[in-house]
Design a binder for this molecule. Structure first.
Ligand SMILES: Nc1nc2c(c(=O)[nH]1)N[C@H]1C(S)=C(S)[C@@H](COP(=O)(O)OP(=O)(O)OC[C@H]3O[C@@H](n4cnc5c(=O)[nH]c(N)nc54)[C@H](O)[C@@H]3O)O[C@H]1N2
Ligand SMILES: Nc1nc2c(c(=O)[nH]1)N[C@H]1C(S)=C(S)[C@@H](COP(=O)(O)OP(=O)(O)OC[C@H]3O[C@@H](n4cnc5c(=O)[nH]c(N)nc54)[C@H](O)[C@@H]3O)O[C@H]1N2
Ligand code: SF4
Ligand SMILES: [Mo]
Length: 686
């Protein structure tokens, strides 16, 4: 007899956390559908969600612990695996000190409480400060920029907006649910849509598109501020009452005219004026900032500050449909205090600590330097969990060298990714469908305060185990068991959610709204910045030697900043535009997804292709100062001329073989993943 069950859960494959209905027959996951009753995702799931059964039962799942032996992999027991890890990690600790261990946590990791919390806990128990993560590549910068401006992170309340600006954000690739929602909204109400992107993305057909030279967004934002302020279109009452530094800003923007910005950005001055006016005039304007697009630049932090300033001067703060105060879940902190400083704390002091708030993360882009040059001190061992830095971090060749130079490497992952291939011990984590965990729409990317318990749908496959169990057992083997007193998921979530006040409600089939967005919070409470107001002008930045008012900085490599290099590398490379079939380096092993998107494509305008004698569909070599990768060329009229867009996450045609780690953003150490110079040649001429 077939036993059929259906369980409500939520998908953990990316940040959007869509509700799912998981169909199980005789203990096997057979089908996944969207969960209509989920109030945020409302039944939506993407192709990755639909193919979850193939993901879970993929042949490439890591089903047992392994160790590397004589160049191959040898199957071992969990006991043996923990013994080897404990022995080698203890050796490193005794010889070089505890800070010689680096723990890497990827985007699946930091976005999922139980994975991140246990990595944090182990880091604390072992007493290494070096938790390195995508927090130094992805969205921490914008969180920090908004925190330093408003005292807290404000979320984008786009559902109620009357003017939406998609600034370096293509939801059709990275957030389909949002793309559908914008289309639906435009069908039912009159809203303004502005798109700022070097590519004419699908939604650009529905709004006003500014085709911008990559990396010059700050020039556009400054010119918009110039127009809004000089044409007296700003919200005087709001800036006077609730902010500091407006008079300084007014002086500061005088030199950034639309005509100046047109020369820098490639956007006509008249269009800049039109967009500035639309943005200022609409009742509720909301910039939807690309999740990482504007960050992975030389001017990253100041780009984020500038978008905040546009919201502030137009009074689009805390009103419905603008940037608003959102609640966060109060959770137990599993970290323990430490005096030790992670790598990069001195070079990037604000990333490390601001106003007494200490970041749990080190600067991941300094990992190769620490390992290979022992600067500021040696790193000798790694534990990589839910991450694939050998493909997703800049300059993969250098990261490979650094990982190879370590004494000992551990990987915790459901699959053998490129980083695990180099590891000494591979520990099989089970997927989210094989354990209970906590799902919620992350405050950074959505502002609906909804949380749901992700239910265990099937038993762990093979010998794979939940992340929390792996960290706890490893700690026990190292004599650190006292820090891991929990033995079931129930106990863990009781502890983690104890301060939240809603633990019991989270046992139900569906989730809960755990708080409310707060409109007009500033009328009741001051901003938790040093001045108690919104800081247009930041004394904290000035004290650290950074610009207190954001200005414009050219990309590290560009026709203007490096004209000599531009002669040799005459095209601008942007990397990492999202594709709906894949999350970063994952899912290439799912045949149905691979059939939809079989290989990476380098997109460029047909006129640019013609200029370099390249033919649509041919294999090309894309070269930067760092090296060359080979990919198929796709001529696409949507691209800005002179710009090439390349996806990231492919193992062989890995764009990070040609990105670099040297030109880092000055305040937070982010890599330049967008706007670097490249050259493209036909691969057949080689
Ligand atoms: N050139 C370029 N590079 C980029 C970007 C770009 O735009 N351009 N974007 C960057 C950004 S924003 C990000 S966030 C990073 C992402 O970088 P990573 O987080 O390193 O990338 P992923 O490929 O998603 O790796 C996730 C790993 O987690 C594993 N995993 C899945 N579920 C679990 C689980 O439950 N437990 C454990 N232990 N492991 C699990 C997966 O199998 C996979 O191996 O990439 C960055 N890299
Ligand atoms: N399918 C899928 N979805 C994902 C992910 C995934 O791997 N796969 N990853 C998730 C993660 S971790 C993240 S961080 C987010 C990333 O999400 P976002 O950072 O919002 O990235 P995209 O939505 O892909 O949009 C990038 C757009 O920016 C444009 N662009 C590139 N350079 C510039 C520039 O200098 N200026 C401007 N104005 N535009 C530029 C590109 O042409 C592209 O259209 O996506 C999340 N969603
Ligand atoms: S968008 Fe993300 S969370 Fe939603 S189904 Fe796809 S992978 Fe899962
Ligand atoms: Mo990300």
């Amino acid at each position: 007899m077939t036993v059929k069950t259906v369980k409500n859960s939520s998908c953990m494959l990316c940040v959007w956390d869509c509700g799912i209905k998981a169909h199980v027959e005789n203990g096997e996951l057979v089908k996944v559908e969207g969960l209509d009753e989920h109030p945020v995702s409302k039944g939506y799931i993407c192709p990755r969600g639909e193919t979850l059964p193939a993901y879970v039962y993929s042949d490439s799942r890591l089903l047992h612990p392994y160790r590397r032996k004589n160049g191959g992999l040898e199957k071992i027991t969990w006991d043996q695996a923990f013994d080897i890890c404990a022995e080698n990690l203890t050796k490193v600790k005794e010889k070089y000190g505890s800070k010689a261990l680096a723990i890497f946590c990827g985007s699946v990791g930091v976005e999922n409480i139980e994975v991140a919390a246990f990595a944090q806990r182990f880091k604390s128990a072992f007493d290494t400060p070096n938790l390195l993560s995508v927090e130094n590549i992805c969205y921490r910068m914008r969180i920090l920029a908004r925190q330093m401006t408003f005292g807290r992170y404000l979320g984008e309340d786009y559902r109620k907006a009357e003017c939406i600006v998609l600034w370096g954000h293509n939801p059709d690739g990275s957030r389909k649910m949002l793309a559908d929602l914008i289309r639906e909204k435009m069908a039912n109400e009159k809203i303004e849509l502005i798109i700022i992107d070097p590519k004419r993305i699908p939604l650009a057909e529905k709004g006003m598109h500014l085709q911008i030279r990559p990396g010059t967004d700050a020039a556009l934002a400054l010119a918009m501020l110039h127009v809004i302020i000089n044409e007296d279109r700003y919200d005087k009452e709001f800036v006077e009452e609730y902010s500091v530094g407006f008079p300084e800003l007014k002086d500061h923007v005088q030199k950034y005219t639309p005509e100046w910005a047109a020369g820098i950005t490639g956007v006509p001055a008249e269009d800049i004026k039109i967009v500035a006016r639309i943005f200022a005039q609409s009742n509720a304007s909301c910039i939807l900032q690309g999740i990482n697009t504007l960050d992975q630049h030389q001017n990253g932090f100041q780009n984020s500050r500038l978008l905040s300033l546009l919201q502030i001067v137009t009074g689009n703060i805390d009103k419905p449909g603008t940037w608003v105060s959102i609640p966060f879940i109060r959770m137990s902190d599993l970290r323990l205090p430490t005096e030790k400083k992670p790598i990069g704390a001195d070079e990037y002091p604000i990333f490390h600590s601001v106003w007494g708030r200490v970041s749990p993360y080190g600067i991941a882009t300094l990992f190769p330097k620490a390992v290979l040059e022992e600067d500021p001190y040696p790193l000798k061992a790694s534990i990589v969990t839910a991450a694939n830095p050998l493909v997703t971090y800049p300059d993969s060749t250098l990261y490979r060298q650094a990982f190879e130079a370590l004494d000992f490497r551990v990987s915790i992952d459901p699959f053998i990714n490129e980083t695990a291939e180099l590891s000494d011990v591979l520990l099989p984590a089970c997927t989210f469908l094989e354990k209970d965990s906590l799902g919620y729409v992350y405050g950074v990317v959505d502002c609906e305060p909804y949380a749901m318990l992700r239910k265990k749908v099937i038993e762990p496959i093979g010998e794979s185990r939940p992340d929390w169990w792996i960290w706890s057992e490893l700690a026990k083997r190292m004599g650190l068991g006292e820090y891991f007193p929990w033995s079931t998921e129930e106990e863990i979530f009781d502890h983690l959610l104890e301060p939240s006040g809603f633990r019991d409600e989270l046992k139900e089939e569906l989730g809960i709204f755990f708080g409310e967005k707060q409109y007009y919070r500033y009328k009741k409470r001051e901003f938790s910045t040093p001045s108690k107001k919104i800081e247009i002008y930041s004394d904290t930045l000035a004290e650290h030697g950074y610009d207190p008012l954001p200005g414009y900085v050219e990309p590290a490599q560009s026709p203007i900043s490096t004209p000599e290099l531009f002669k040799e590398y005459p095209l601008i490379l942007i990397s990492g535009a999202r594709q709906v079939e894949y999350a970063h380096s994952q899912q290439r092993n799912i045949p149905a997804l691979r059939a939809l998107n079989p290989e990476p494509l380098a997109e460029m305008h047909p006129a640019t292709a013609e200029r370099y004698g390249l033919i649509d569909g041919e294999m090309v070599n894309i070269s930067t100062q760092k090296g060359t990768v080979k990919m198929r060329l796709k001529a696409n009229e949507a691209m800005m001329t002179g710009v090439v867009s390349v996806p990231h996450g492919w193992g062989r045609a890995n764009v990070n073989l040609i990105t670099n780690v040297e030109t880092r953003e000055p305040i937070t150490g982010y890599p330049d993943f967008k706007a670097i110079l490249c050259r493209i040649e036909s691969a057949s001429s080689f």
